[in-house]
Structures are given as C-alpha cells and as structure tokens.
Ligand binder design. Structure first.
Ligand code: UGA
Length: 448
C-alpha cells in the first residue's frame, strides 16, 4: 500500500457512504463529511437511514476501527490527500441539474485548504453537467483556498457508476474507471490511488478531459435507460402479436455481441434517483446548446407511458376497477433497495385508486417509506400472503427475490380470482396458466 492514505468524502448519501466505507475497509484514513447533523449522529451510531445490502456492517466495522470518522466539520479535510465530492445533483423544476450542493461543498473544501499547504486532489464524483468541473468547481476551489492550481491543488472528474442495491460490489469492482482533468499529474495521482485500492482487480482506466469524463456518465445513463425504453417499445408491439413474447425476443437479440443481454428486461419502466433526473438534465443541456435531442426525449416519454400498461391490462381483464380489490407486490424502484424516488409503483397506485380500486401493498423493505408517500390511501400488508388474500387482481411491480420464488398455487389458493399482471415478467406464463392463473404480462402476446 502507498503511505497512509488520507481521504475525505463529502456527502454521505448512498454513493458517498459506499465510497467512504469501502475506502475505510481498505485501511485508508477516511473523513466522511455531511452537513446534515441528524445523518451524522445516526452514522456515528452505525445506523443507516436507507437500505443497502452489506453497507451497515461495513459502516459499523469502519466506525469501530476508527478508519472512518463521520463529521459535520469540513475543516478536518485539511490533512487529506484526496477529497471526493459525492453530493446529489437533483433536478431543477425545468429539468436542468441543480448544482447548489456541489457549489457549497467546493466552497467548503476550498476554505478547509486555506490554512495549510499540503497537496490535495479534489475529485468530483457527483453527476455534473459537462463543463462544471472546469467552469464551476475549479474557480471556487482556487478562490476559496487561495492556492496555486497545479502546485498543491488539483482537480479531477471521476464519475460514479455504482448501482443502488449493488453499491459495495460496484465500488470495489467497477467495469471501468474514468478520470478527467486538465493536469496530467492529477490524473496520475488518482490513477495510482485506484491502482492501490483495486489492486489486481483494476479494470480499464480511461484518462481524458474533464468534459469527456462528465459526458461519459450522462451518456451511460441515457444509453441504459434508452436500452430499457427500446425493449419496452418492442414489448408493447409484441404484446399485440399473438404467439410473441418479449422475453424470448430479448434473449434472441441479446446474444448478438454488439447488443449484449443486459438491461433488456422489459417491464413497467425505469425509475430511481438517477435515470429520470440525468436524462432530463441531458435534454436540458442539449436544448440550451441548440440541439433537439429527440431520441432521449422519446426514451423519457416511452417510460412515462409504460406504467400505464398495468392499468390498461387490469381494465382489459376486469372492465372497471371500481370497487375491485387489487394487490401490489413490490414498491421500491428496483429490488434490494427501499428507495421510492421516481418508483413506478407510486403513480401506478395513485392511478389504480383514482380508477376506484381498493389497493393493498407489500414490499420487503420499502413499507416505511411508502407510508410517508401514500398515507392512508392503501392497506399496508405485513406479508405477500396477506397482501394478495381475497383480491381480484395482483400486480407485480418490483421483482424482489421473494416474489420470484412464488408458485402459481400461492395465488390460486388465496385470491378471490387469480389474475396476475406480471409487470416485470418474472413468472413462467404457461406454468401459471396450467395451474389456473389468468396471467397477463408486459410483452406477452395472447397465447397462439
Ligand atoms: C443507475 C446506473 O445503472 C448506474 O450505473 C449509475 O451509477 C446510477 O444509475 C447513478 O447514476 O447513480 P440505479 O439507478 O441504482 O443505477 O439502478 P439500475 O440498476 O440502473 O436500474 C434503474 C431502473 O431501470 C430500475 O427502475 C430498474 O427496475 C429498471 N430496469 C433495469 C429495467 O426496467 N430493466 C432492466 O433490464 C434493467
């Protein structure tokens, strides 16, 4: 290992915390800075305000071993070799990225560096629009620190590609590392840091400009979201074609090495804290530059319409939803997280209620968050069993492992009428049909 490495991480949300604890577990001295006193207090006690597999254990371990110090005091950053900016960049009402948190953390980092002269490389991990490192972060750092850029102050862009629910794995084993800067020595320092951190498992490191690094993040998320919207579009056509099934179609196209099999699961659409805001921000950036990004806009629109498919299928099968008892399995925007940000489930449930449905819901971990968003409008079930009991229809919204395992008899025994709307295509339709379940699924044409 290179000499004792000191690192600060600013912003202890899902990305920052995963980054901080993984660095701490490696043995680096990590200072985790967050401006929210309640979050800092909880983290010091080893408590997490959100669900992320494996994170709590690593947090407790690193707090106990004192490799991670959680604090509100940004001045403690002064002694670090690297500081990572991991704060959120939410959407403004017009869709553009709100960089206020990045601005204020850059300012704190700059101020913390004023008293001493120790060299520091500042690393922007937050998703920021191309041009932000050079035109926003760098001038703030120089002004607030009073340092000479390129001497004892450096800046890199280093976008984060971790997925919620897989944060630890993705931090330790990223597919690639992207480093952008206007200083080759900064790129070298961060490259050496990552070579030490990842060791043998280091994959490709792309060294480039700030702007390319920033762009790679937006382009990645936009491509992935568009890949899903594409397969959902194919699914919607397949659904109108007797004998067709998007699952087989996806397998068939995914075997083409130019396409690849991942992110071709058709369903009720994408959500979460990243794709929706990043695609909107790219559209906003593009328009501000004078280019109309029709493809990205079409991805967003396809996605917004996709959740409607579940309501349409319910109505096709039951006529009206008025007074019908409907079970919703899965609420989080994807499995292994309790995150409900831009989750398909919430607008879908509101629509079901608006159509007169009586809705019961169940999710393995997102129930407390759901209560905050849905209040008294739905019945909260303690188990999947209780959720489907006596219902006229069950809509599978999030493909949690415990739902994937359910057999057709689970539904046949408990539901008033075993009607399944498989919003993520996790069930074997012919097996379900043979067992007496009426099953409809995204991209599943009528049986020929
Ligand atoms: C996404 C990217 O995958 C990460 O690389 C990126 O770092 C992150 O955003 C970010 O910008 O911070 P995440 O939002 O955690 O990660 O979740 P994904 O696993 O990408 O799933 C996003 C949505 O797409 C979910 O709603 C999921 O259900 C949906 N999805 C995914 C599909 O509908 N079909 C698929 O085949 C795959």
């Amino acid at each position: 290992m290179i000499d004792l490495v000191r690192v600060s991480v600013f912003g202890l949300g899902p990305v920052g915390l995963a980054t901080a604890v993984c660095f701490a577990a490696k043995g680096y001295r990590v200072i985790g800075v967050d401006s929210d006193p309640q979050r800092v207090r909880q983290l010091k006690e080893g408590k997490l305000a959100f669900f992320e597999p494996g994170l709590k254990e690593l947090l407790k371990q690193s707090v106990r071993s004192k490799t991670l110090q959680v604090t509100e005091d940004y001045h403690l950053n002064a002694e670090s070799d690297f500081s990572f900016i991991c704060v959120g960049t939410p959407s403004n009402p017009d869709g553009s990225a709100n960089l206020n948190y990045v601005r204020s953390v850059a300012s704190e980092i700059g101020m913390s560096l004023r008293p001493n002269k120790k060299r520091q490389v500042v690393v922007v991990k937050s998703t920021v629009i191309p041009g932000s490192a050079r035109r926003l972060v760098k001038p703030i750092l120089i002004r607030k620190s009073g340092r000479k850029y390129g001497k004892n102050l450096f800046l890199c862009s280093n976008p984060e590609f971790l997925r919620e629910g897989n944060a630890i794995h993705d931090t330790r084993m990223p597919d690639r590392i992207v480093i952008g800067s206007d200083e080759n020595s900064a790129i070298r320092m961060l490259e050496n840091f990552y070579l030490d951190f990842h060791g043998e498992s280091t994959r490709t490191i792309i060294k480039t400009t700030f702007e390319n690094a920033e762009f790679i993040k937006y382009a990645s998320n936009s491509f992935l979201a568009t890949k899903i919207s594409f397969i959902n579009c194919i699914a919607n056509i397949a659904q109108l074609t007797p004998g067709a099934d998007v699952r087989t179609i996806a397998t068939g196209i995914g075997l083409d090495q130019r396409i690849g099999p991942r992110f071709l699961n058709a369903g009720l659409g994408w959500g979460g804290s990243c794709f929706p805001k990043d695609l909107k921000a790219l559209v906003s950036l593009s328009k501000s530059l004078g280019y109309d990004p029709k493809l990205i806009e079409a991805s967003i629109l396809t996605n917004l319409n996709q959740r409607q498919r579940a309501v349409e299928m319910c109505k096709e099968e039951m006529g009206t939803l008025m007074g019908k008892r409907l079970a919703v399995l899965g609420l989080s925007f994807k499995p292994d997280t309790d995150d409900l940000r831009e989750a398909v489930s919430i607008p879908l449930i509101r629509k079901l209620i608006a159509e007169g449905g009586i809705v019961s819901v169940y999710d393995p971990v997102a129930m407390p968050n759901a209560r905050r968003m849905l209040g008294g409008t739905v019945r909260y079930s303690p188990t999947a069993e209780a959720c489907v009991k006596g219902t006229d229809c069950c809509i599978l919204v999030t493909e949690w492992g415990e739902f994937v395992k359910l057999q057709p008899s689970f539904f046949v025994k408990r539901m008033k009428r075993p009607l399944m709307i498989d919003g993520r295509r996790i069930y074997d339709a012919s097996k379900f049909r043979r067992a007496g379940v009426i099953i409809r699924g995204i991209g599943l044409g009528a049986s020929s």
